[in-house]
Ligand binder design. Structure first.
Ligand code: ADP
Ligand code: MG
Length: 274
């Protein structure tokens, strides 16, 4: 469904992505992880054509991204941006309806099918009860869920999510990621989510790509990518990686200075050495 090959993107002299290649199939949820500034948002911006690559290409369903019209692209891929621009005076319903724009003809207004898609998206994100409220009156977490609803209302095969859980409490983090995973597994969508929380990404994603300074430094199942060695070298700090007792997926926590000292005192420094 999505193929990225040797993608290089720069902002002026700053090269934000270097020869990044990845592919994503229907039914799969891919997590893009990596430190701040490693290029996660830039990758999503490139796939939505907000930045133009210096080199490489992106194909959606075998078609070169540049050959698609804006409308075709919006029918293929919906995005939840990291910092969406949303005027405070818009109501929740109006924002969710924006997701239907690519499906409407010129000057055509929304029909029953559009309203049904919007209602479903608002219900799925637990925001239907907010439909009449203005965006300016919502909490950060509520706003975020409305932005997810807008993307779902777009009913696209590909979902691109940039830190979709960043402003959410644990309950809503789980709800949003459970929903995204269900949309992938159950409805055959392809999902690409930039998630800086490694443990969260590990629990929900089928596969991870780790970026560091614009390069892919790890790719595979969470157990393969989240090794203490790679994490220490990428994040510049020692970490502990545990296996989740139920899922077996890695859980990552930074090691405090105290616990590092304790390890050294016990002479077991090597365990987590990068
Ligand atoms: P991430 O999402 O992983 O935190 P970004 O993709 O936002 O990383 O940023 C990658 C790099 O590109 C960073 O060094 C950042 O400072 C730089 N960058 C991002 N957006 C812009 C921009 N609009 N103009 C110039 N540099 C940018
Ligand atoms: Mg980002």
């Amino acid at each position: 469904m999505l193929e990225v090959r040797d993608l290089t993107v720069a902002y002026g002299k700053l090269v934000a992505l270097r020869q990044v290649s990845l592919s994503l199939g229907a039914g799969e949820l891919l997590g893009v992880v990596g430190p701040n500034g490693s290029g996660k948002s830039t990758l999503i911006r490139a796939i939505t054509r907000l930045v133009r690559p210096l080199g490489g290409y992106i194909r959606l369903d075998g078609k070169e991204l540049g050959s698609l019209s804006q409308r075709e692209l919006a029918r293929w891929a919906a995005v939840v941006p990291q910092r969406p621009y949303l005027p405070d005076v818009f109501t929740v319903l109006e924002v969710a309806l924006m997701g239907r724009t690519p499906h409407l003809g010129l000057l055509q207004s929304e029909g029953r099918a559009d309203l049904a898609a919007v209602r479903r998206a608002l219900e799925q994100t637990d925001t239907w009860q907010l439909a009449g409220r203005r965006m300016g009156e919502l909490s950060g977490g509520e706003r975020q869920r409305v932005v997810v609803a807008r993307a779902l209302a777009q009913e696209t095969p590909l979902l691109l999510l940039d830190e979709p859980t960043a402003h959410l409490d644990m309950g809503h983090q789980a709800a949003v990621l459970d929903l995204v995973r269900q949309l992938c597994r159950g409805e055959g969508k392809a999902g690409l989510a930039a998630i800086h929380d490694l443990s969260l990404a590990s629990q929900y994603c089928d596969r991870l790509v780790m970026l560091n300074e614009g390069r892919i430094v790890g790719e595979g199942e969470p157990e393969e990518v989240l090794s203490p060695q790679l994490l220490a070298s990428v994040y510049g700090t020692r970490v502990s990686v545990f296996s989740h007792p139920l899922t077996g997926r890695p859980v990552v926590t930074p090691m405090s200075g105290d616990s590092r000292a304790g390890l050294e005192a016990r002479g077991s420094v090597g365990t987590f050495r990068s």
